[in-house]
Design a protein around this ligand. Structure first.
Ligand code: PEP
Length: 248
């Protein structure tokens, strides 16, 4: 039985005061039975890490550089995330792929950087609406996954969380049905099983895309959905905690 995993991606929302209050409420709730990871905006990482210290809540960056260090203005390295207390980093979120032109090769290099610095990468994959409607979902997600397998090796997936996030469901209020999500999760697991059945059986594949308190339990009840990556609903402690409870 895989332990469920719930991440909160705050994106570029909030303020320092809001971050502190939100984390305080989540830490205070002492969530049990589920791995919880908060991904606040970068300027708040250090403070959020300090607030979560000694609790069961982990902290992750929303992105990281594909480079080790150097003249890359504005970038944040894996080593820096580690240095401020992060244990996780999102890689390849669709908003990075869409709005910042991140390629599969760059995402794979980011995953490798995270792994090299002891961070758990949360590898995001997912198709656009046009790709789904053209019947290309499996091709797209297997290409995105395959780029990381090719670059990092299958053994690395023992230390990776995969997030299936259909682009058409992110922040749109339009959620994949449990059956639609389950189909893609099972497909991703089967892709990994071709290389290593043990890793495929133990990896957490979580769903993201308009997960709310009202739909989380039915999504998490699916055999291959091991939790969620939550955007909008992670900005309200009560909503986020209710989603964590559905996973616990
Ligand atoms: C996300 O940001 O990864 C996400 C899934 O957002 P939302 O829950 O708002 O769709």
């Amino acid at each position: 039985m895989r332990r469920k995993w719930v991440g909160g991606n705050w994106k570029m929302h909030g303020s320092r005061a809001m971050a502190t209050a939100l984390v305080g409420a989540i830490v205070e709730a002492s969530v049990e039975g589920v791995d919880v990871v908060l991904c606040p905006p970068a300027p708040y990482l250090r403070e959020v890490c300090a607030e979560c210290a000694g609790s069961s809540i982990s902290v992750g960056g929303q992105d990281l550089s594909e480079h080790e260090s150097g003249a890359y203005t504005g970038e944040i390295s894996a080593a820096m995330l580690r240095d401020v207390g992060c244990t996780h980093a999102l890689a390849g979120h669709s908003e990075r792929r869409q709005f910042h032109g991140e390629t599969d090769a760059q995402v794979a290099a980011k995953v490798a950087q995270a792994l090299a610095h002891g961070l758990t990468p949360v590898l995001c994959v997912g198709e656009t609406l046009a790709e789904r409607e053209a019947g290309r979902t499996a091709d797209v997600v297997s290409r995105q996954l395959g780029a990381v397998v090719a670059h990092c090796g299958i053994a690395a997936f023992a230390r990776i969380v995969v997030a299936y996030e259909p682009v058409w469901a992110i922040g749109t209020g339009r959620t994949a049905s449990p059956a639609q999500a389950q189909e893609v999760h099972a497909f991703l697991r089967s892709q990994l099983a071709r290389d290593d059945a043990r890793i495929a059986g133990s990896i957490r594949i979580v769903y993201g895309g308009s997960v709310k308190p009202g739909n989380s339990a039915e999504l998490f009840a699916e055999a291959d959905i091991d939790g969620g990556l939550i955007g909008g609903a992670a900005l309200q402690a009560t909503d986020f905690l209710s989603i964590c409870a559905a996973a616990g």
